[in-house]
Ligand binder design. Structure first.
Ligand code: NI
Length: 258
């Protein structure tokens, strides 16, 4: 592997030895942590869409920023999708404890900045709660040497340039779940998923989210106002580029914060 190849390769925690992590921490205290969800994405979208997309964006941000990237947390808070086969959800209280424990593990070894790249709207509230819980634990326990621990949450699908491009390409058919933008990214990452894409009936417009029973009644095929048939792998490449370039800047700004 040449030096330039090395620079193009993401720094993956799962491929490091503890010795390598120890020496990484002498030069950088930051880590990227992607999180997704394993949930239905309409009748044609992959169950792993949110995990796959968050991981891809995180690996790309790592390549650009040279910041270490942790393995993706595949499972997320997907209670409202449980009416559809294949969805595997962890309830908010479980996700809160899980994220708290992961963040505290990182803090214990001296990581001070965790940049969380999220692929699923349903995780947002619980992730913020987990940040608050971890700050409290770290501040109040002597087990943690370094008290200046900070987490930043970024949702790749809400990056303004991504949002704008999705609006330009799909208009209101972007919808709110099983969106053509996220499906485009999965087609770019996993070309075999193209075989599942077929034209669908007009979607039910997006609206509120309550229980999974209610969700199933409101959104019978799992989509919320989206037409995933508009998705194209070439669009996915553009979304990945836009998300990664915006979030790499955000990460660098996060590291410069006073
Ligand atoms: Ni999704």
């Amino acid at each position: 592997m040449t030096y330039s190849d090395h620079l193009k390769t993401p720094l993956r925690l799962d491929l490091c030895s503890w010795k390598e992590v120890e020496s990484y921490l002498t030069v950088c205290k930051a880590i990227i942590l992607p999180i997704g969800s394993i949930e239905q994405h309409g009748p044609t979208g992959a169950i792993g869409t949110d995990a796959m997309t968050a991981q891809a964006v995180a690996l790309e941000v790592s390549k650009r920023s040279k910041v270490l990237v942790a393995p993706v947390q595949h499972y997320g808070m997907a209670e409202h999708h449980l009416g559809f086969p294949g969805t595997m959800s962890i309830k908010p209280s479980t996700l809160l404890v899980l994220m708290h424990d992961l963040l505290c593990s990182l803090a214990r070894h001296g990581f001070q900045r965790v940049f969380v790249i999220n692929g699923h709207g349903g995780n947002i509230a619980t992730l913020k709660a987990a940040f608050a819980e971890s700050y409290k634990t770290i501040l109040n326990s002597d087990e943690f040497q370094e008290k200046d621990f900070r987490c930043k949450l970024k949702n790749w699908f809400m990056v303004p340039e991504v949002f704008q491009k999705a609006n330009e390409l799909y208009g209101e058919m972007e919808g709110q779940h099983a969106t053509p933008s996220e499906i485009s990214l999965t087609l770019h990452l996993e070309p075999s998923l193209q075989d599942k894409q077929v034209p669908l009936q007009k979607p039910v417009p997006a609206g509120p989210i309550y229980s999974y029973k209610d969700f199933q009644k409101r959104y019978p095929d799992g989509r919320m106002g989206s037409d995933p048939y508009l998705a194209k792998s070439t669009h996915g490449k553009v979304f990945l580029e836009k998300a990664a370039s915006n979030l790499s800047n955000d990460l660098l700004n996060f590291l410069k914060e006073s």
